[in-house]
Structures are given as C-alpha cells and as structure tokens.
Design a protein around this ligand. Structure first.
Ligand code: FES
Ligand SMILES: [Fe+2]
Length: 399
C-alpha cells in the first residue's frame, strides 16, 4: 500500500500513468478490490435472460457472478459459490435451468438463491444457506451488477440512459454473434485507447467511413465548427423524433457517458456502405438517427445504431492480459440470411476492434519497456483520457 501511495504521488497531471500502474500485479489486485468489486459493471443483455431460468456468468477477477431470471421475472445476481464447500455452481458461460444444482454434491438452489434441498445433511436447515447475492439493475436492455454491499447510486445513471437508449428496443433484440478476444495488454491501456479518437484517422479506415473523429468531451479543437453545426442540426431533428438527445458525460465525475452523435453524410449506420445492415430497431420515420454512444467505466462501451447495437465488455485477467467480449444485437424478429448477414452487421466493428487490440498490445509492449516514461497527453484530443485517469486515481485513493 505504501508503494501505491508513492505511485499515486508520483503522478503528474496531464501525463500518462507511471509504469507500475500498468505492470504491477499488486496494483492489479488492488484495482480488482477498489474498482471492480465496488463499481457498477456491465454484465450483459436483458434479452439473453428474458425467460425464467435463463442465466449467464460473469467473471470479475477471482469472483464469478451468476445473472439469472427468477420465476417471477425478477433479475437476480448470485455469487457463483456453493454454500456447501464453496464449489463453483455454474460452470458454463450461459444456460437455462429449472434450479441451480451444484455439480459437486448436488445441492439444489432455487432461482432466487434459497437452498431447496441438500442430500444427507443431518440436523440441517436449508434456510441458513442461501446463495450470497449481489446488486443488479437493468436499464433499457442492459444489465449492470455491483459486488459491493453498498453499491453506488444507479438512479441518476438510469434516468440519463433510459430515455436515450429505450428507442433502440434492446429488450426486444437478440445477440447474433459474440466475439471473444484475449488481448495482451493491461485493461487501462484498453480503456485509455477507447477514450480518445486521436488515433482514429491513423488506425481506423473502416470506422472513419461513417464517423467523425470528434464529439468527445473536452475536444475544443479550432476549426471543429462544422461538426458542431452538424451535431446541433441533428439534435433539433432528433428532438422532433422523440429521441431526447442529451450529452451526458461523466456528470460530477461519475462513471458513465451517453450521447448521440451524427454520422457522416450518406451513412445511416456504422456499416461499410452506409446502408442499413439489418431491419430498423428504432421506430422512427427518419432513419438518420446517428449513433448513440455509451461508456461505463470501468468495463463497458457500446454504439447503438439504427439497425444494430454493438457492446464491448472488458474483463481484466491479469496486469498483462484482458478478455474482451464484443456482442452484436439486432431485432429479435430479424431472420439471418434474409434480413441480415452477420459479417455485414459486424464488419466495421470487427475491423475496428482488431485494429484497437493490435494498437493496445503494441502500446502495452512499449509501456513494459525500461525506456517507458509517462508521456504528455493532448489537451484537446486526449481530454477524455485525462478524465479517465483522474477517475481511476480517485477510485484507488478513496479506498
Ligand atoms: S460444494 Fe456444492 S454441493 Fe458440495
Ligand atoms: Fe480505436
């Protein structure tokens, strides 16, 4: 902890973090406790657990959580730990069950976590051994969990997210493909890369077809007025469509951002050709709704387009390795091969993700070098990176 304090003290505002923050496994363990076990984390999609008994698991450091729909429709989060001898209860990423049965000695839990039956247990009361539960919230088809017994406020984030995301009807969507990546980089390298578009012109030809490299908080570049005018005109149009466009970017230093940004002329969605890749999810007469950007620190970003939504979930494995799951959702009633092709829906983001992970791995390799020194961040193009670092250091020191 002393080395932590020394490291935090050694940080110079406006620069990248000192090396140890990215490479030290002790720091990583502290982050898992101070951030990943206290903040709201993006867990998954409501449509994946629409029916009672449907579940998925979420690994968080040495923790694992089962997200499951109860019989009465309530969504529950249970620590994935059997109350007998502590075995992992659910061994798979997802499934559909009537009860949760421990694969070790067969203890049976109801979906709400109460122990229903335990074989050969004498002088024993099931009531005393329910699963340990965690906080869980749903907003507009996205599920967030928090492992802390005192979770941070979710009322304000939900109130900001719901009106802007609900028109995309994610609850009536389906996940058509999930791409899993193992990236040899620290999770903060990946978040920092996500928080700037300084690299977009250099690294993302497919992304830049549809997108401007503008619109991030703190980006006050001169000569950016054309984008600002385009966005202001789009806001007026979206207002009349009932899309409630608002820029909500990490209010009062909090953990989330949601904002709708215009796409380039000729692009209705983030596709290679500008046309829709699946039937519209948004029920509006004008399909030019731009792209709704969502960010949730520490583990989530997503883009909701008119025809598909992409979500990215970041799962730290160690100081040096991160798992990333990218999911694509389209309307539930859309038929593959007729209404959409997975390769078309996912084209821009498969290219962009692969480019980002490659950038991050090379960035991380350099960060690990003896020649690494904290570097200067651009005040306009990397303001959001600075904001992320400040948020991160607050979490680490508040602890
Ligand atoms: S550890 Fe689960 S039933 Fe024994
Ligand atoms: Fe990128």
């Amino acid at each position: 902890m002393n080395s932590m304090t020394a490291l935090v003290d050694s940080y110079t505002p406006g620069m990248t973090l000192p090396q140890g923050f990215y490479t030290d496994q002790t720091i990583f363990e502290t982050e898992m406790q101070a951030i990943f076990c206290t903040q709201w984390l993006f867990a998954g999609h409501s449509c994946d657990v629409a029916q009672p008994g449907q579940y998925f698991t979420l690994p968080i450091g040495r923790e694992s959580v089962i997200v499951i729909r109860d019989r009465d429709g309530t969504l529950r989060a249970h620590f994935n730990v059997c109350r007998h001898r502590g075995s992992k209860l659910a061994w798979h990423d997802r499934g559909w069950v009537k009860t949760l049965v421990c694969p070790y000695h067969g203890w049976v839990y109801q979906l709400d976590g109460t122990l229903q039956a335990a074989r050969f247990m004498e002088d024993f009361t099931c009531d005393e051994y329910p699963l340990v539960s965690a906080a869980i919230r749903e907003v507009a088809g996205l599920i967030f969990v928090c492992l802390s017994p005192q979770p941070p406020d979710f009322v304000m984030p939900a109130a900001a997210i719901a009106p802007q995301l609900l028109p995309h009807r994610l609850e009536q969507a389906k996940v058509i493909v999930r791409d899993r990546y193992r990236v040899q980089a620290n999770w903060k390298t990946i978040l920092e890369n996500n928080r700037e578009c300084y690299h977009c012109q250099v690294a993302h030809p497919e992304f830049m077809l549809a997108n401007y490299d503008a619109g991030l908080p703190g980006d006050d570049r001169n000569g950016n007025t054309r984008f600002q005018q385009t966005r202001a005109a789009a806001y007026q149009r979206w207002q009349t469509l009932g899309l409630s466009p608002h820029e909500v970017s990490f209010p009062n230093g909090s953990w989330f951002r949601i904002t709708r940004l215009p796409l380039r002329d000729g692009f209705l969605t983030e596709s290679l050709h500008g046309r829709l890749t699946a039937p519209p999810m948004v029920d509006v007469p004008d399909l030019d709704v731009g792209s709704l950007r969502l960010v949730g620190m520490p583990n989530f970003w997503g883009h909701a387009n008119v025809d598909y939504t992409m979500t990215t979930q970041v799962i730290p494995i160690s100081a040096h390795e991160t798992q990333i799951d990218v999911a694509f959702l389209v309307r539930q009633d859309a038929v593959e091969g007729i209404d959409y092709a997975v390769d078309d829906v996912a084209a821009v983001w498969r290219a962009t993700s692969a480019q980002d992970w490659q950038i991050c791995e090379h960035n991380y390799a350099g960060i690990c070098s003896s020649a690494y020194r904290p570097g200067r961040l651009s005040a306009s193009m990397e303001a959001s990176v600075t904001e992320f670092i400040n948020w991160y250091l607050r979490q680490m020191t508040d602890r």
